[in-house]
Design a binder for this molecule. Structure first.
Ligand code: HEM
Length: 179
């Protein structure tokens, strides 16, 4: 398998970005919801010192993914045999996932900048954390997180449906050496 995708399978750069992003996003949802539920600010800080660097990594990977598809690679052909409405929903879910990742990144950075929590978490490490609910970006960040859980579930269920019910190569080709 090469760095670039072919007409029938994803290349190893696309596969690496996809699965690395998937793992990091699951970790982000876990650390984000745990922080949101934590009452004690020391507990909250423990989750956020993991959450924020992971989020920066996901944003960097997303930027790399956009540049990669834009300039260096082309998607494989559709596996075929899907009704038009499924193809449209799949396309919409993919675009919405990009929009949500960027929106979550922007609202997360907004919360950190407006509240000054970045210094407390990463620079001096002292003082209580602010109440993020006092800052407007906390609202879209929380809503976006829930929308992302729904979209990721649709995305994963669709992939499993192709693999186990339709038994086509859709999921298999998003792995190394699948050509
Ligand atoms: C890029 C994708 C991101 C995802 C998927 C994500 C996910 C989450 C989730 C699931 C929550 C909990 C929401 C809730 O309980 O209502 C959360 C909260 C939070 N996230 Fe993110 N996040 C992302 C990016 C960021 C970034 C870039 C930052 C900061 C630079 C950030 C900082 C925060 C903060 C401060 C909270 C509030 C925690 C609290 O209220 O205790 N997030 N995030």
């Amino acid at each position: 398998m090469t760095m670039r995708s072919s007409a029938t399978t994803y290349g190893n750069v696309a596969v690496t970005i996809h699965w690395l992003s998937a793992i990091l996003i699951v970790a982000l949802l876990g650390s984000g919801f745990r922080s949101g539920q934590a009452v004690d600010t020391a507990d909250k800080a423990q989750f956020l010192v993991i959450h924020v660097p992971l989020a920066v990594a996901v944003l960097a990977l997303t930027a790399a993914r956009i540049v990669w598809w834009w300039h260096f690679d082309d998607k494989p052909m559709s596996v075929g045999g899907d009704p038009a409405w499924q193809i449209r929903i799949a396309g919409a879910v993919h675009v919405l996932l990009y929009i949500l990742i960027i929106g979550m990144g922007a609202s997360g950075i907004g919360m950190m900048v407006l509240s000054g929590a970045g210094d407390i978490l990463f620079a001096d490490g002292t003082g209580p954390l602010p109440d993020f609910a006092d800052y407007f970006p906390r609202v879209p960040h929380g809503l976006g997180a829930r929308a992302m859980v729904v979209l990721l579930a649709v995305h994963a269920v669709a992939a499993l449906y192709h693999h186990f019910v339709k038994r086509d190569a859709l999921l298999r080709r998003m792995w190394y050496g699948s050509s």
